[in-house]
Design a protein around this ligand. Structure first.
Ligand code: ASP
Ligand code: MG
Length: 450
């Protein structure tokens, strides 16, 4: 392992001039940070995605102006923008002609070529922001390093080729002591076309580069000072977690916490590279380290909340001593592309929770009449909505004595509709009414963390 850190700054961290300056100061203050991965300035990728869908000239002009304005606002604050302004203008002209092309015919390859331009601009500007602070940096086109397949919009990296590219073209620069500024989110396919790794893919890029560089850590700089014991907007006493495991972070993200999702950090997880989450606006506040095996590993780590769940209860007397009932039910659900989150069963009934975002049916009604009709043929069906899933995340929750008792005592005045306990070592899930959810989180948080 080297002593090199890869730092990634998200869209809000590079949204404007002063935000970029804060990032530059963080980079300058840490001599180990030699590779910096940037997202596009906040809002830019969304605008580019809209342009890539192909629009009429009026709409196109409006969107292009919005992109231009975001970058102009930063350029205008630079002391000497002359050199970088040319570069950004050239990129804007490229965006304009790609948008025109998209209005005639869209394609996935064209879309990726278009939506990667936000990162191209933010990185060019950032080099200049650093230069103003007397720090020389090298702009690098990350497409020369990150090799992918041709799955435009969600390309998969080619790990071997990326490693080779890094060894041949990136490592020598770092060895020479250069500070590298490069783009997240994008790569290049075997035909030389631009690809993207999927929305929010910059974390992935940073982890990939950290892996091929054998870096000591990945620093994810964002707009929150780490991961908290629960959403501080719900429980004002929520505390920052200093260290947590990849598994715990994954549980939290799955159950609705807006924290970094380890699947986007896959290379860091598989190569066991610690990941730090901190706020670029307030680095002094500290942050959270996510690692494979943090110590201590408390029983209770955090509480996540996911609203708007649906509870499906299926009852059938035929289930008694029957075989294949669950298989039937799950076959029907799978056919309708419904993904089940939690499940409990009794001798004659099963209760399932479903999440809108978890179903593959984009925009379609979660429980279609056809689905309900098919289920009704095997059981009586009851549907309850307006529920929230409160997930208590921690360690060895299923084996620790008294966990369930503690939860039930704490929540004795609430109507807990369902509890899923025992399947996972890392979570206990409770289903409660939407309007009670915040109070349940606050009450649990108070009793477990305050
Ligand atoms: N700019 C890209 C997006 O908005 C990638 C990223 O921010 O991670 O999805
Ligand atoms: Mg982003």
């Amino acid at each position: 392992m080297s002593n090199l850190s890869v730092a990634k700054f998200g869209g809000t961290s590079v949204a404007n001039y002063s935000a970029m300056q804060a990032c530059a100061r963080i980079v300058i203050a840490d001599p180990n940070t030699r590779v910096v991965v940037l997202s596009a300035s906040a809002g830019v990728t969304n605008l580019l995605v809209a342009l890539a869908k192909g629009c009429e000239v009026d709409e196109r002009t409006k969107l292009l102006n919005e992109v231009r304005q975001i970058q102009e606002n930063i350029l205008n604050e630079l002391k000497d923008a002359s050199v970088v302004r040319h570069k950004v203008e050239a990129i804007l002209a490229h965006i304009e002609s790609l948008s025109e092309a998209a209005s005639l015919a869209t394609s996935l390859a064209l879309t990726d070529e278009l939506i990667c331009q936000g990162e191209m601009m933010s990185t060019q500007i950032f080099v200049e922001v650093l230069r103003e602070l007397n720090t020389q940096a090298t702009w690098l086109d990350v497409r020369n390093i990150v090799a992918t397949n041709s799955h435009f919009g969600k390309a998969a990296p080619n790990d071997e080729l990326t490693q080779q590219n890094s060894d041949n073209h990136l490592k020598p620069l770092i060895a020479r002591g250069e500070l590298i500024i490069t783009q997240g989110f994008i790569g290049r396919d075997p035909q030389g076309k631009t690809t993207t790794l999927g929305r929010g893919g910059s974390d992935y890029s940073a982890a990939l580069l950290a892996e091929v560089l054998n870096a000591k850590d990945v620093l994810i700089w964002t707009d929150v000072a780490g991961i908290y014991t629960t959403d501080p907007r719900i429980a004002t006493n929520a505390q920052r977690i200093d260290t947590m495991s990849f598994a715990e972070a994954a549980e939290m993200a799955t159950f609705g916490a807006k924290v970094l999702h380890p699947s986007t950090l896959l290379p860091a997880v598989r190569s066991n590279i610690p990941v730090y989450v901190g706020s670029s606006k307030a680095p002094q506040e500290g942050g959270t380290w996510v690692t494979r095996d943090p110590q201590p590993r408390p029983t209770f780590r955090a509480i996540a909340l996911r609203r708007d769940q649906t509870l499906l209860t299926l009852t059938s007397l035929n289930m008694l001593h029957a075989q294949g009932f669950l298989a039937n039910v799950f076959t029907i659900l799978a056919k309708h592309k419904i993904s089940v989150d939690t499940i409990t069963t009794s001798e004659i009934s099963i209760a399932l929770t479903l999440d809108k975002t978890g179903s593959a049916s984009s925009g379609a009604e979660l429980l279609s009449p056809e689905l309900l009709d098919e289920l009704s043929q095997v059981a009586s069906v009851k549907v309850d909505g307006d529920l929230s899933l409160v997930a208590l995340v921690g360690n060895d929750l299923h084996t620790k004595a008294g966990v369930a008792k503690h939860i039930f005592n704490t929540l004795e005045h609430y109507n807990v509709r369902m509890i899923s306990y025992g399947a996972s070592t890392n979570n206990v899930c409770m289903l409660v009414e939407n309007e009670q959810a915040d109070n349940v989180v606050r009450t649990l948080h108070k009793s477990l963390f305050e």
